[in-house]
Design a protein around this ligand. Structure first.
Ligand code: AHG
Ligand code: MN
Ligand code: MN
Ligand code: MN
Length: 336
């Protein structure tokens, strides 16, 4: 019989989280609740991004944020959606957002601190290029009533992290420390569906580097030489690397997770500590890459996740990708 092909046993994000919760001892269900509030924020932001052009939500908001970025209307809307979703979750106590100068401490008894980049890649937004929301989650320190001490911590203490990229469809890449799982939003159902179970970075693909070469003259000489060497025919393939740079970290990292290769935003003479923010860009992406079998290091070759930010908007140079690619950089700077 021509049995019609309907998958009647789909794994939604909620079902997936509950199944992983059962595996984690003494799971209180609080992280499950928090992840459900996070997924609501992603759905709502995705909904606003989808209709942005129709309701004139693209373009500048006319203000700039504490890290000096000119704010797009969707930066502000994404930030407000995120703040309200975290406030409404009832279990977030502390929130750091790229768009908020200071830490937000909510009323109530939440046990988690969340760091987020509500709209990453917003400079590309008006051109219709994929943007995303990046997030990281810390459990409050024991006995904490919610303060900056809950977030000026190494990335190794994050209990969950990931991003949702708003591309042709919304893709959520999530880790809770047991690997990486990818979900795709079925907007007709309003559910994130598991589409990339236990994702591991692709290691045996064509060699790709992803960096803004417009900064070349500002780079350290070793970094200039490193990229020049990648443009020569490589021993393994007899071919130079391919260059791919979108300019939205979420999109560049998503491609790196799926295709392999090397992404970098080095510090340079213009931006002494690099451009990407440690808490809500470097840590979540480094956590994901490590959990997917990759690596993420600083310009000096230290493990990104072991950095301890001194202020909530601190920045760092970052190199991430498959181990084989990041190790080439470590070798070039004499760390391997
Ligand atoms: P955001 O839009 O959240 O401020 O982040 C922008 C970041 C990141 O998405 C991207 O990797 C980087 O800026 C691109 O910077 P350049 O335009 O200097 O390459
Ligand atoms: Mn910005
Ligand atoms: Mn960003
Ligand atoms: Mn942003």
């Amino acid at each position: 019989s021509d049995e019609f092909q309907v998958d009647t046993d789909i794994i939604t994000l909620t079902r997936f989280i509950l199944s992983t919760q059962q595996k984690v001892q003494h799971a209180t269900g609080e992280l499950t609740l928090l992840l459900n509030s996070l997924q609501f924020a992603f759905k709502f932001i995705a909904n606003n991004i989808r209709k942005a052009e129709l309701v004139n939500l693209i373009g500048l908001a006319g203000a700039s944020n504490s890290t000096g970025d000119a704010q797009k209307k969707l930066d502000v809307i994404g930030d407000e959606i995120f703040i309200n979703a975290m406030k409404g979750s009832g279990n977030v106590k502390v929130l750091v957002s790229e768009e908020q100068e200071d830490l937000i401490v909510f009323e109530g008894e939440g046990n988690y601190a969340v760091v987020c980049d509500p709209i990453d890649g917003s400079s590309n937004l008006d051109a219709g290029v994929s943007v995303g929301t990046i997030f990281g989650v810390y459990k409050l320190l024991p006995g904490s009533k919610g303060s900056i001490k809950d977030v000026l911590r190494p990335g190794t203490e994050m209990v969950a992290a990931g991003y949702t990229m708003y591309g042709a469809s919304a893709h959520l890449m999530l880790t809770t420390g047991q690997g990486v799982n990818g979900f795709t939003l079925d907007s007709s159902l309003g559910e994130f569906i598991l589409t990339h179970p236990n994702l591991k970075i692709n290691d045996n693909n064509k060699q790709i580097f992803s960096v803004n070469e417009g900064n070349t003259i500002y780079w350290d000489a070793k970094i200039q030489k490193f990229f020049q060497d990648l443009k020569k025919p490589q021993i393994e393939t007899g071919l130079p690397y391919s260059a791919r740079y979108i300019g939205s970290m979420v999109a560049d990292v998503h491609r790196t997770l799926l295709y392999g290769g090397l992404f970098s935003y080095p510090a340079d003479s213009k931006s002494k500590n690099g451009k990407l923010r440690i808490l809500y860009e470097c840590f979540p992406m480094a956590f994901l890459l490590e959990q997917a079998g990759g690596k993420a290091v600083t310009d000096s070759g230290e493990r990104i996740l072991e950095l301890i930010p001194k202020a909530i908007h601190d920045r760092s140079g970052i190199w991430l990708g498959s181990i084989i690619e990041v190790d080439k950089y470590l070798k070039a700077i004499g760390k391997l």
